[in-house]
Design a protein around this ligand. Structure first.
Ligand SMILES: CC(C)(COP(=O)(O)OP(=O)(O)OC[C@H]1O[C@@H](n2cnc3c(N)ncnc32)[C@H](O)[C@@H]1OP(=O)(O)O)[C@@H](O)C(=O)NCCC(=O)NCCS
Length: 174
């Protein structure tokens, strides 16, 4: 599959503590950096993001993760330079519903060493902007009930919350 890389979604930002971060759509050659990012996730981060314990990401999963069509699926990675080397520190992803292309499920994750520095908020803000630009009208996500940080963020971004057992379904018209 040959797809155009959406360069319009490339942006440079700075976190509160001055860390310079490049936000950009994921690309096929991010596979190794994605694996490296996955290895920075604590058990808690994995549970909050994937809902089940995952010890290892298979090459196949990573390949699928990094090769997207940028129309029905979008992933924005946060990239930094550390000791002259590029590395990924977070990702925001959305996938349109198959039966209703106006709706998309989204998720954000930040590697544990970089959490609580403002990146989760920036990535959430950015994926909402990108979603709007892609013509998406509604975003939703599943958030575990003990995921205080994510629930705080979603409330501040105006997401409505619906009780769905061990998790909340959050949604917002954008
Ligand atoms: C949820 C998540 C993406 C937030 O990213 P983050 O970069 O850590 O969050 P931010 O630094 O932008 O913080 C957002 C707010 O939460 C607060 N916060 C962050 N970490 C916190 C902590 N450990 N304890 C208390 N408050 C915290 C921040 O102070 C900030 O509020 P403020 O702007 O009013 O100060 C990140 O914690 C994560 O990856 N969690 C695991 C995966 C997940 O839960 N994804 C969401 C469900 S799909």
């Amino acid at each position: 599959m040959c797809v155009d890389y959406p360069e319009k979604y490339i942006e440079h930002i700075k976190l509160k503590d001055g860390l310079e971060v490049l936000l950009r759509p994921i690309k096929p050659d991010d596979e190794d950096m994605m694996l490296e990012l996955f290895n920075t996730f604590s058990e808690r981060t994995i549970r909050f993001r994937f809902f089940i314990p995952i010890r290892k990401m298979s090459r196949e999963d990573i390949k699928r993760y990094c090769n997207i069509d940028y129309r029905n699926e979008m992933a924005i990675v946060a990239e930094i330079k550390e000791n002259g080397r590029k590395r990924l520190i977070g990702v925001a992803r959305l996938i349109r519903d198959e039966d209703d292309k106006d709706k998309a499920e989204f998720a954000v994750v930040v590697g544990d060493p970089w959490q609580n520095r403002g990146l989760g908020r920036k990535l959430t803000e950015y994926i909402i902007r990108v979603a709007r630009d892609m013509g998406i009208k509604e975003l939703y996500s599943r958030v575990m009930k003990d995921n205080i940080v994510s629930l705080k963020l979603s409330r501040e971004f105006g997401f409505e919350r619906e009780d769905a057992g061990i998790e909340y379904l959050i949604r917002k018209k954008i």
